[in-house]
Design a protein around this ligand. Structure first.
Ligand code: GUN
Ligand code: ZN
Length: 434
């Protein structure tokens, strides 16, 4: 017996990248829409008027008048152990890591604490309408267990990994080349492909790994071509300079990862700010993806992501919050910061393209677009219900809009978790129970 569900509201989803021109053929909007879900998968999305008459009598219709259904958000880069150091005052990346990130991650030596934070973190993702994320753990293997268990309990599609770091960081947080390999391999065998979970080999960044460890990570990546690789790249100028000193035989930062077999499809690089055209093109050719983390880049004073250059080079890009360097787990708040970052570079970001970067574009960057990202038939039914009336200000502002593009832009600029009325994971409600 199939479990059928129907949801009636305005519906918006992307079919491709709307680009800087907001191409209307790249997205679909049903003002009075119906989303049909069958056993947790999308059956169809369309006009309520045409779909309702064919609906079997026993299928109940959940109505959300005045609200907007969009695909669940996908966060392409976030650190769950840094939840409690979000908004920590200080200097730029390298100082911030030593002052806040590493001390916070030391606390995850306690598996009980790791489980507690993982559970709170995942609930906070769902509260913000994020249904999939690519997540950093800590160096401790049980940190990966903790986040996978939390996601599994809620049936979320989530990718994570234990961090590899064996130099230039507190010794209590160091593994080594051998344990990085064996621990990651054991975690891959335990979690990768289990339900909706995926494993990411997670060297923190080249600065905190020896060549032996990067080689071990590359060897593992070669053995498991369908696992993800997740790391940081060219975020901060001091970092780039130190990389050049630490790896003098590589011609660039990206070249270090490439030399060790860590640049390929399903390799996701957070930030990618200080790169030249040659490296961008090389990254695009090899199928590496970029996580654009605007709130982090502004907060840590790292630099401005050049979306146009990445796009021209054929690099798949998705939005990431990068909490705790980022200042919000909300992909709505993150999209608002992305708009400003692009504006500073004489570019713009139409709301439809911002939605794409938080949904289908992110799914493409994670090589998950056959499963999530929009409402094409057969995709997994992860979706959220946005409420324009979630705050007094968004209610007033959106009341004055006349098109969906205008309304969505106002929401992306002003909204937050209060405007996420409900979050559904494979058709099951995980926020906003009525
Ligand atoms: N580079 C290496 N580690 C980190 C981290 O934890 N946060 C950010 N933003 N950049 C990093
Ligand atoms: Zn990060």
């Amino acid at each position: 017996m199939h479990m059928r569900q129907a949801f009636r509201a305005s519906i918006l989803h992307c079919l491709s990248d709307p680009g800087e021109e907001s191409l209307p053929s790249a997205y679909e909007y049903f003002e009075d829409g119906l989303l049909l879900v069958d056993d947790g998968n999308v059956l169809e999305a369309g006009h309520a008027e045409s779909l309702l008459p064919a609906l079997a009598e026993d299928v109940s219709v959940t109505e959300y008048p005045g609200k907007l259904i969009v695909p669940g958000f996908i966060d392409c880069h976030v650190h769950f152990p840094q939840l409690d150091i979000i908004a920590s005052y200080g200097k730029q990346l390298l100082d911030w890591l030593h002052r806040y990130a590493y001390p916070a991650e030391l606390r995850f030596a306690d598996p009980e604490y790791a489980r507690e934070v993982a559970s709170i973190f995942v609930n906070e993702l769902l509260n913000n309408g994020t249904t999939t994320a690519l997540v950093f753990g800590t160096v401790h293997p049980h940190s990966a267990d903790a986040i996978f268990e939390a996601a599994q309990l809620r049936d979320m599609r989530l990718i994570a990994g234990k961090v590899l770091m064996d130099s230039n960081c507190p010794v209590e947080l160091q593994d080594d080349a051998e344990s990085a390999y064996t621990d990651s391999k054991a975690l891959i065998e335990k979690w990768h492909g289990k339900g909706r979970l995926g494993y990411a080999i997670t060297p923190r960044f080249a600065l905190t790994s020896t060549e032996q460890q990067l080689a071990a990570a590359g060897r593992l990546a070669g053995e498991y071509p369908d696992v993800w690789i997740h790391t940081h790249l060219a975020e901060n100028l001091d970092e780039v300079e130190q990389i050049a000193r630490q790896f003098p035989s590589s011609k660039s930062y990206l070249g270090v990862y490439d030399r060790f077999g860590l640049l390929r499809e399903r390799a996701v690089f957070a930030h990618c700010l200080h790169m030249d055209k040659t490296d961008r093109i090389w990254m695009g050719k090899k199928g590496g993806s970029a996580a654009f983390c605007p709130s982090s880049n502004l907060f840590l004073g790292s630099g401005l992501f050049d979306l146009a250059a990445m796009h021209d080079a054929g690099v798949k890009c998705g939005l990431g919050t990068d909490v705790g360097g980022g200042t919000s787990l909300s992909m709505l708040r993150t999209a608002a910061e992305a708009y400003k970052v692009l504006h500073l570079q004489q570019h713009t970001l139409p709301a439809t393209r911002a939605l794409y970067l938080a949904t289908l574009g992110a799914a493409e960057a994670l090589y998950l677009d056959d499963k999530i990202g929009n409402f094409l038939p057969g995709k997994e039914a992860d979706f959220i219900v946005l409420d324009p009336d979630g705050t007094n200000l968004t209610a007033r502002r959106t009341a004055a809009t006349t098109t969906i593009e205008e309304e969505l832009f106002a929401l992306l600029t002003l909204a937050d978790d209060r405007n996420v009325a409900a979050t559904f994971v494979r058709g099951k409600q995980q926020k906003g129970q009525r």
